[in-house]
Design a protein around this ligand. Structure first.
Ligand SMILES: Nc1ncnc2c1ncn2[C@@H]1O[C@H](COP(=O)(O)OP(=O)(O)O)[C@@H](O)[C@H]1O
Ligand SMILES: CC(=O)OP(=O)(O)O
Ligand SMILES: [Mg+2]
Length: 429
């Protein structure tokens, strides 16, 4: 194995592994990647953090058969979740103490306008991420805990933040600004930031590849349909419009979030229903969307209920699809020429009925889905439109973790090859 001098000047194993942490409001997804070939050494998920029914699923991928280990029982918070993940990695000889670990890459949801690129985390960067908590209350606190815990476990390693908002900072001002009083908006930095940017960037690039064209040559609409869901219009590789706004609440119907509503609904709930701001926040972020409409937020379960004739589930599905269709139409108009509409994330990659229903009736926009191609299940990027269609419709599996690992490793590598000291151990705990 190659050796290189460390910052202290002693010989060490060349570090080419990256740990990626994607901390959500109640879950942590993690992956350890070997950047020699960008392969995964282990993947894991801790879900339902803080509940009695927490669960950790850990899969080492270094041996022959990938066997998932499961831990159940309450995991109190994100710090405990990360420590449990670190123990699982250590049990496979992939512990965080490994000299082969080059950096830890974190998905950070809100980076405001300041962070347009992946950024090595210093105290000052962390303070800025903390300052953005009010506009990403479900996400940034979890990201911050992830950073602090990782820092405590490996204070000598560079930690890199990859921001969901970064890809959207290219949006023109007329798309990013809300039509509200300019002084008020500026004083409180109220504008459209957009989220899931790492996914929109990765998927739009992959879609261009699938079409055999350079990203600069194509205009695509990306529909990221996970638990959180957002659409973006990407022109020549740059985001020009996206559906999430100041926070990840705006836009499409999501698993538990309402997406677009008349903002006056909130005044009405306060004045007429007597709800507090916090109660309205919980209602719109956690008790709305699919779960609010029919009690389920998993599209598989909704489809199963529809097959059994459940009318509430059918209406929830129709509302979800209707919103998607509106955004496809709107973004076709924004882009003028569309080369591809691309489905991604849990629902987009797996739900043929959602894809079929969202594109149905859009022939005038050049959009058609081939039922046979749409029914194919595959982990590969693929076209689901017939050859004759004017606009391609595609499914492109997203890989936020790989993109975060690539960006993290590139940043740390660039800094080192330029002979710069990569800031480490600068986050106060
Ligand atoms: N086979 C499937 N068929 C339909 N929907 C699916 C399938 N697998 C996952 N999903 C949907 O994907 C959602 C999760 O998407 P994902 O992108 O993993 O979300 P997140 O990253 O926001 O947690 C689930 O809630 C479910 O609705
Ligand atoms: C920003 C956002 O909505 O993220 P997620 O889909 O992971 O909740
Ligand atoms: Mg996701």
């Amino acid at each position: 194995m190659t050796t290189t001098p460390t910052k202290e000047g002693s010989a060490a194993v060349q570090a080419r592994r990256v740990l990626v942490l994607n901390s959500g409001s109640s879950s942590v997804k993690y992956q350890l990647l070997d950047m020699n070939d960008r392969s995964r050494l282990a993947i894991g998920l801790v879900e339902r953090i803080g509940e009695e029914t927490s669960r950790l699923l850990h899969t080492p991928l270094t041996g022959g058969d990938a066997e998932t280990r499961e831990r159940t029982g309450r995991i109190a918070d994100h710090a405990a979740a990360l420590k449990a993940a670190a123990e699982e990695l250590a049990a496979d000889g992939l512990g965080l103490d490994s000299p082969e670990l080059a950096a830890i890459g974190h998905r950070v949801v809100h980076g405001g306008l300041r962070f347009t690129e992946p950024t090595v985390i210093t105290d000052e960067v962390l303070t800025e991420i903390e300052r953005l908590v009010p506009v990403a209350p479900l996400h940034n606190p979890a990201n911050i805990t992830g950073i602090r815990t990782a820092e405590a476990l490996r204070p000598d390693l560079p930690q890199v933040a990859v921001f969901d908002t970064a890809f959207h900072t290219t949006m023109p001002e007329y798309a990013a600004r809300y039509a509200i009083d300019v002084e008020t908006a500026d004083a409180h930095r109220i504008r459209r930031y957009g989220f899931h940017g790492t996914s929109h960037a990765y998927v739009s690039r992959k879609a261009a590849e699938l079409l055999g064209r350079a990203p600069e040559e194509v205009n695509v609409i990306v529909l990221h349909l996970g638990n959180g869901a957002s659409a973006s219009a990407v022109a020549a590789g740059r985001c020009v419009e996206t559906s999430m706004g100041l926070t990840p609440l705006e836009g499409l119907v999501m698993g538990t979030r309402s997406g677009d509503i008349d903002p006056a609904v909130t005044f009405h709930l306060k004045r007429v229903a007597g709800m507090s701001t916090d109660e309205i926040d919980v209602l719109l972020n956690k008790k709305s969307g699919l779960v609010g409409l029919c009690g389920d937020n998993d599209m598989r379960e909704i489809r199963r209920r529809i097959d059994e004739g459940d009318e509430r589930a059918a209406l929830a599905f129709d509302i979800y699809v209707h919103r998607l269709k509106k955004y496809i139409g709107a973004y076709s108009a924004v882009l003028g020429r569309v080369d591809a509409v691309v489905f991604t994330a849990g629902v987009g990659e797996n739900s043929a009925p959602v894809r079929e229903a969202a594109i149905a009736g859009l022939e005038e926009l050049g959009l058609v889905v081939d039922a046979g191609l749409n029914a194919v299940r595959s982990g590969e990027p693929r076209l689901i439109s017939p050859n004759y269609a004017r606009v391609a419709v595609a499914v492109v599996p997203t890989d936020e973790e790989l993109e975060i690992a690539d960006q993290t490793f590139a940043l740390v590598g660039q800094a080192e090859s330029a002979g710069q000291q990569v800031p480490v151990g600068q986050v106060d705990n």
